[in-house]
Design a protein around this ligand. Structure first.
Ligand SMILES: Cc1ncc(COP(=O)(O)O)c(C=O)c1O
Length: 484
């Protein structure tokens, strides 16, 4: 195979035959990797991983090499030594996706490299992105006034949402504004708030109830206390599926308070928002479509590759008012058509809409609904089975597709012992190689978690997960009893 060197060093273009051969090689390696996902353990070998990373440090090479030589260590050594996020048994954290059509869309976007920052530069391509945003809007039952933005993830969607709410409701009086989250809200929101000029001392953390959902009575009290102190409550977050336990906040009740108090209500649907696509699951997310803005993470619930987040803003003009700008060297801004740079902070950017457009057109929305409904059903089934395992105490049943639990027994009679055993349970399952689980500290307690959101997770992996949880729990309980 041709290498990256050339007799004409200033010419970086490649012949059609070389491009074809290189593409074939990459597709072949990628498909072989995906076809053999189950052959390797779900958590790659982390032995001496620091040494490996240190040894990898190198100066930029002066001369090129062959593509094969670059792909070999990538596929044979570096990709496998990671969390198996694309494996069917990946139920850790919030699983991501990686549907194949989206990878091809990225390839097309990068190979053709059209500029989609402004409408004028690629009108039909920008229209594809606008269509994809409209699909999200329709699935979430947001009104026609809505405008949106594809971002690299949920965190950046939150940042834009907070900046938008701040601009509309606080103007220049940023310091008096207060914003409300819960102890279970994703930490990226406090970070985004800081980036958007809302310091940590203006972020109020509301307690949650026994089901890890926002205590709306406390929210009301906190808003009243801030008003009494001369501050200006302006934004409240509810979460449609928290990361730790999958809790769905009382979105309707928060929406009512937000409407009464004239706060901007943002719903974090990064994990759970896409369940709203499935009509029979919509009641689980009741109130979501009343939000002023909504974060969605297509790299979670639409099974896209990492780097695909989205924001919807009900008052699309408010988003435009925040970002709209122009320059003498650019075409005039569009009014009829979507103009990405007018709705987000970036001018030059990739083409995120193509991933979603191509994949939804390829599979159709019906298959998405079927896959999402299946993930929820698998989680409900598994939670039922896991609840029967001796020693397991369920802390959170699946409100969507995530449940949480801990281990307890007469021998595991302290919080510290229960935490250690629950942590060991997660580690032992992961070490078996087929299913990866992670837990989370929630207050003083370590909770084990199962989150079903990988498009590759089917009944077979759920059965393995339940069986291994039963087997490893039994071993841990016997060990604990033996130590007493
Ligand atoms: C509920 C929730 N919100 C926000 C985020 C942050 O999203 P991202 O990692 O895409 O920036 C996550 C990430 O897991 C999440 O689970």
């Amino acid at each position: 195979m041709k290498d990256g060197t050339s007799n004409d060093p200033a010419n970086l273009d490649l012949s059609p035959a070389d491009m074809q051969a290189m593409g074939n090689l990459v597709v072949a390696r990628s498909v072989a990797h995906l076809a053999a996902l189950d052959v390797h353990p779900i958590l790659g070998d982390y032995t001496d991983i620091e040494a490996l990373c240190r040894a990898m440090r190198e100066a930029a090479p002066e001369q090129g090499s062959t593509l094969d030589a670059l792909l070999d260590p990538l596929f044979d050594e570096w990709i496998p030594r990671s969390f198996g996020t694309s494996y069917p048994g990946y139920m850790a954290y919030i699983p991501g996706g990686g549907v194949y059509p989206a990878a091809l869309a990225d390839f097309i976007a990068d190979a053709t490299n059209r500029y989609t920052g402004v409408w004028q530069a690629a009108p039909a391509l920008v229209q594809l992105e606008a269509n994809a945003l409209d699909w999200l809007r329709d699935w979430m039952q947001f009104p026609a006034t809505t405008c949106g933005l594809f971002t690299t993830g949920g965190s950046m969607a939150m940042f834009n949402a907070i900046a938008c709410a701040r601009e509309k409701l606080l103007g220049h009086d940023i310091r008096s504004g207060t914003l409300y989250v819960t102890s279970q809200t994703h930490h990226c929101i406090a970070k985004a708030a800081k980036l958007a000029g809302i310091a940590h001392d203006r972020v109020r953390v509301i307690n949650v109830d026994a089901d890890f959902r926002m205590r709306v009575d406390e929210l009301e009290r906190a808003i009243a206390a801030d008003r009494a102190a001369g501050l200006k409550p302006f934004m409240v977050f509810s979460t449609a599926g928290t990361t730790n336990t999958g809790a769905v906040d009382p979105i309707e009740a928060v929406a009512d308070i937000a409407a009464r108090e004239q706060l901007w209500h943002h719903v974090d649907g990064a994990y759970g928002g896409f369940f709203h696509m499935v009509p029979e699951l919509r009641p689980l997310l009741s109130g979501l479509s009343r939000a002023d803005s909504l974060t969605l993470d297509p790299h979670k619930g639409m099974f896209m590759p990492y780097g695909t987040g989205a924001l919807l803003v009900r008052d699309g003009e408010a988003l435009r008012a925040l970002h709209a700008s122009s320059a003498g060297y650019l075409p005039d801004n569009q009014n009829e058509f979507y103009d990405p740079a007018q709705y987000g902070p970036e001018l030059s950017r990739g083409f995120p809409g193509l991933r979603i457009w191509l994949t939804v057109k390829f599979f159709g929305a019906a298959r998405y609904r079927a896959a999402l409904a299946e993930k929820r059903a698998l989680a409900v089934w598994a939670a039922d089975e896991v609840a029967k395992i001796p020693g397991i105490v369920m802390d959170a049943l699946p409100q969507l597709s995530l449940f949480a639990f801990h281990l307890e027994s007469p021998a595991l009679d302290t919080l510290a012992a229960q935490n250690a055993a629950t942590r060991a349970l997660m580690d032992r399952i992961t070490a078996r190689g087929q299913v990866m689980l992670t837990g989370a500290m929630v207050g003083e307690r370590f909770l084990g978690r199962v989150c079903v959101l990988s498009f590759r997770t089917r009944r077979e992996q759920m059965e393995t997960c339940v069986r291994q949880l039963a087997e490893e729990s039994a071993v841990l309980l016997v060990e604990a009893a033996g130590r007493k």
